[in-house]
Design a protein around this ligand. Structure first.
Ligand code: FES
Ligand code: FES
Length: 206
């Protein structure tokens, strides 16, 4: 017959419990020593010191004094004053903040501004030529009524240019797939696809 194993009750007096707690705390202190704590605080406050950051946006040079944690999106909107790039979520889910960095699509809410030094950033404000002529993708969006409220539109247009340049606009199915990172609450999707097809054909790229 098998014996049932019953765990023995642990008898722990309040006094022993307190003694044990105190001695454990003595072995592994929860708080770092004062000097260490001061060092941590000093390095944290150093992180918050502004850093001079050189950016090139829409073919123009900018020197900004930024907290290193500033996103490219916030640098564009709050420090440069280019508010065309939109913040829909601030954590990489909506695509409203899409810009081009060295010609490639980038979510500016997930990029630190300091990472962009030495690169070319293009926002919606930099697409039209100096004489005001619209970029073919901007014109195509107007021609096809590819927006309603317009909040997602700057991101859609930059993303559409990236999509065509990458060679991902060969078919409407491809366009839908490679534009799926840009959300439009007004559901202008069919018109956006039509606009991209027009701009693709005009620029001769697919
Ligand atoms: S604001 Fe960047 S993805 Fe939504
Ligand atoms: S046009 Fe309104 S969210 Fe796209």
């Amino acid at each position: 017959m098998s014996e049932t194993l019953v765990p023995k009750p642990i008898s722990l007096s309040r006094r022993r419990f307190m003694t044990g707690t105190v001695s454990a705390a003595a072995v592994a202190p929860l708080l770092p020593p004062k000097a260490e704590a001061e060092e941590v605080a000093a390095s944290r406050s150093k992180l918050r010191e502004p850093v001079v950051t050189s950016l090139r946006i829409n073919r123009q040079a900018y020197e900004l004094s930024l907290d290193t944690r500033t996103s490219l999106l916030d640098a564009l909107r709050d420090h440069v004053g280019l508010t065309g790039t939109k913040k829909g979520c601030d954590h990489g889910q909506c695509g409203a903040c899409t810009v081009l960095v060295d010609g490639k699509r980038v979510l500016s809410c997930l990029s630190f501004a300091v990472m962009m030094q030495g690169k070319d950033v293009t926002t919606v404000e930099g697409l039209a030529s100096r004489d005001g002529a619209l970029h073919p993708m901007q014109q195509a969006f107007i021609d096809h009524d590819a927006f309603q409220c317009g909040y997602c539109t700057p991101g859609q247009i930059l993303s559409a240019i990236g999509c065509v340049n990458e060679g991902h606009a060969g078919s409407e199915a491809d366009i839908r797939e490679y534009m799926s990172g840009n959300i439009c609450r007004c559901a202008a999707y069919p018109n956006i696809v039509a606009a991209i097809v027009q701009a693709r054909d005009e620029t001769g790229r697919a």
